[in-house]
Design a protein around this ligand. Structure first.
Ligand code: ADP
Ligand code: ZN
Ligand code: ZN
Length: 735
């Protein structure tokens, strides 16, 4: 082949270089190229061909970097799909896909970090002594003779770490010329799979596993809807063992890095060193090691990771599991490609001819709909493992509590009585409020002034000691009086976790209270410290945001309070009600996971909202069906697909002009499928104004074609000199 399209670390399409002078260059190999006058870039061969480019002078590839390809053909397929589906470039995919040490980049000197497989020391037999010498050695230095005998029996070689002989024995034999120590690359030996280490499934779990097995013979994807604590993980392990025993790789995805550690430990108990953790918080060296080991060695491995683990070089992928598939953290919000980890996982499995299992206690309506339509095999598991009862849910009417004088601070009597009771019994309590800080805003009761961020169009949140912007980090000291009318004390409106912590501590002075939110859990170690303290029973009450809803398993918790469910249901988003349902059930799932039954008190001023009826198992089908009907009526996903275009610029006039022109152009093509331009709820962040346009393409129409057209108009807008400096972001399937 004469030419190669090379993936460069750029947000532009691939460039073509001449390669006929490089022997046997293969797709997936890493190379160095001259780019522009001075720059040398490293890149990866995407495609080899004989079509000379139409424009420009063609430059030769400088040289290859390794003697093997760093991308497999499947990865190239996956990257190409991702770039095209999410309207981004393969170069952008590469930037997020490869560990930094092997990632192509612009460079001036040192091109690459050389990679080598881990090495190991071996003792090797050079020659045996003659029989007379050996006899003498057996009598006078039996340990030396024993080592030589062992080496002879092992084909002349043994790994140093597997040899119990001490250093003096080895040194003497080496000096005498009988043995030597050599260092070699090693392929780690993986542990054999033993089904006896797997958990024994309950009758109901066995039935679910059988349904998954039979479902996966018909469909490529199974949706496991199993209530919290039903033992979904235990079911996964059986499918995992099945794939590993066939030397297939398995990918087990979780939505948050913080959830990997616990799961890795659990999996290692069954699958030993076949289990590998992979996520973006590992050191660059570790990520590179994992990547290269997978590239150069075979054998079934279980990768437990966050979404970046999708980009590893799987050779023989047999199974992909997406745990907590409903979680919106699977979506990459920035930079490009803005992909959805769950959807990409299903695609990855399909490229490999592998099976996929999506698991959740609260499936997304998208997946639920796929199961209803027969696209996915739907499997349900409706009881908790070990007979623990589902938590009892109490909907507590805040308005009524106020009227009857049964509300103190932000707590209804129904919740307070139960807290008092649990404290007395030495059981634990979790209080959920989806807002950090002390209060979302402060206001002057006289003139109405509110503290706002000078850089963003939001109020400053009150924290203990400061007023803070949650969007740009701007902060000032707390104000004692209104800076406008200078006459009065400011009033604090609403409440966040800090205030909950303060109020509950005041109401129950002897209770030990911990708070878990992104302020207190600013690092992994801080997060772990709080979790471990609470798990060890060193606190009675844990106050927290969304963080406490995810994956945590505390045996002592028997009461959960959701302090303001209205926050959840009122969010301005077509998914708000679905999310509210998911959040409440997930947080409820933290209660009574063992022998003691749990209770959940949900405070709301709208107790008749249908979302509350759906919190019982029986309510789910009805609720999901009703939600889907509503989505269908308004043509929202899963009955359509969305393209969300966000434009940002510091000049609101220029921005409005650009957005309105783009809106007009798109409307000419798509008609009423175009919504906007609209200003989002928060329309200015870090000095930049924000406008959005949404294109809604109904199922059945060509989404690919719609994206193509949209992309053309965006490219034209970016090139238009009048709109220079405007940032345009395109998000496919926004969440
Ligand atoms: P889920 O992921 O569905 O919320 P888990 O897999 O975490 O549930 O299981 C909940 C608890 O029950 C865990 O402590 C788990 O070890 C235990 N468990 C579930 N199934 C079994 C089983 N078959 N054998 C032993 N323990 C089990
Ligand atoms: Zn004032
Ligand atoms: Zn701000």
């Amino acid at each position: 082949m004469n030419f190669a399209d090379i993936i460069l670390p750029l947000a532009q399409p691939c460039y073509t270089f001449a390669v006929s002078h490089i022997a046997d260059l293969k797709v997936g190999e890493a190379v160095a190229v001259q780019f522009g006058q001075r720059n040398v870039y490293t890149g990866i061969v995407l495609r080899l061909h004989n079509n000379p480019p139409k424009r420009g002078k063609i430059k030769p590839v400088l040289h290859r970097l390794y003697d093997f390809a760093i991308l497999t053909p499947k990865q190239i397929e996956f990257w190409s799909w991702m770039a095209s589906y999410y309207l981004s470039t393969v170069g952008e995919v590469m930037r997020i896909a490869l560990p930094s040490l092997i990632k192509p980049h612009a460079t001036s000197e040192e091109l690459y970090i050389p990679y080598s497989l881990p090495t190991e020391k071996f003792l090797r037999l050079k020659s045996m002594p003659d029989s007379e010498t050996f006899d003498r050695m057996s009598r006078r230095a039996p340990r030396r003779a024993a080592l030589l005998t062992m080496l002879q029996r092992n084909g002349g070689e043994i790994a140093r770490r597997e040899c119990s002989a001490d250093a003096a024995v080895i040194a003497t034999l080496t000096k005498a010329g009988y043995i030597e120590t050599v260092e070699r690359e090693c392929e780690p030996q993986v542990q054999p799979i033993s089904h006896s280490t797997l958990p024994i499934l309950s009758a109901e779990q066995t039935k679910a596993l059988e349904k998954i097995d039979s479902g996966l013979t018909v469909c490529n994807v199974a949706l496991l809807h199993g209530v919290t604590s039903s033992g979904k993980t235990e079911i996964y392990t059986h499918r995992i063992a099945h794939a590993l025993a066939r030397e297939q790789d398995v990918l087990l995805l979780v939505p948050e890095i913080s959830l990997t550690a616990q799961l890795v430990e659990r999996m290692q108990q069954m699958f030993g060193n076949r289990v590998i953790a992979y996520h973006s918080k590992l050191t660059p060296l570790r990520r590179t090691q994992v990547y290269m080991d997978m590239l150069r060695t075979d054998s079934g491995r279980l990768i437990v990771g966050a979404r970046s683990a999708l980009f590893l070089p799987y050779k023989n992928l047999g199974l992909v599991i997406v745990d907590e598939e409903h979680d919106s953290s699977y979506k990459q919000s920035e930079p490009n490609p803005r992909y959805h980890g769950r959807d990409a996982a299903v695609m990855l499995a399909s490229l490999h001819g592998a099976k996929a299992i999506l698991g959740s206690a609260t499936p997304s309506l998208e997946s639920f709909n796929n199961a209803m339509a027969g696209k996915y095999a739907g499997v349900t598991l409706m009881s908790r493992y070990g007979g623990s009862l589902p938590p009892k849910i109490i909907i507590s009417d805040t308005m009524r509590a106020v009227k009857r004088g049964e509300r103190k601070s932000h707590f209804n009597k129904e919740l307070l009585d139960r807290i008092a009771d649990r404290l007395q019994r030495g059981e634990q309590i979790m209080l959920f409020q989806n807002r950090r800080g002390y209060a979302p805003y402060v206001e002057c009761p006289r003139c109405g002034w509110t503290a706002r961020c000078p850089h963003c169009n939001v109020t400053l949140s009150r924290h203990i000691g400061s007023l803070r912007c949650h969007y740009c980090g701007y902060h000032i000291d707390n104000l004692n009086y209104c800076p406008e009318c200078k006459t009065s004390q400011l009033e604090t409106k609403g409440f966040g976790t800090e205030r909950v912590e303060e109020e509950i501590s005041a109401l129950f002075p002897s209770a030990r209270v911990l708070r878990l939110d992104s302020d207190t859990a600013s690092s992994d170690s801080a997060y772990n410290r709080i979790i471990n303290q609470f798990a060890a029973g060193e606190a009675d009450i844990l106050v927290g945001t969304q963080i406490i809803t995810k994956g945590l398993d505390f045996k002592g918790v028997t009461l959960i309070g959701v302090l303001n469910a209205d926050n959840l249901t009122n969010a301005p988003d077509f998914r708000a009600v679905e999310r509210a349902w998911q959040t409440m059930l997930q947080v409820a799932g933290r209660a009574g996971r063992r022998d003691k039954a749990g209770e959940v008190v949900i405070q709301t001023s709208d107790p008749s909202h249908p979302v509350f009826a759906a919190l019982s198992e029986l309510g789910y089908q009805h609720f999901a069906t009703a939600q889907l009907r509503e989505r269908q009526m308004f043509n929202y996903p899963p009955f359509s697909r969305l393209i969300r275009i966000t434009l940002r610029h510091i000049s609101p006039e220029r921005l409005a002009k650009a957005a309105s022109q783009l809106g007009v152009e798109l409307r000419a093509k798509f008609g009423s499928r175009v919504l906007g331009p609209v200003t989002p709820l928060i329309d200015r962040i870090r000095e930049e104004y924000i406008v959005q346009i949404i294109v809604k393409i109904e199922n059945g129409a060509s989404f690919a074609r719609a994206k193509e057209i949209t992309s053309e108009h965006i490219t034209a807008l970016r090139r238009n000199a009048d709109y220079k400096g405007i940032t345009v972001i395109c998000d496919i399937d926004p969440v």
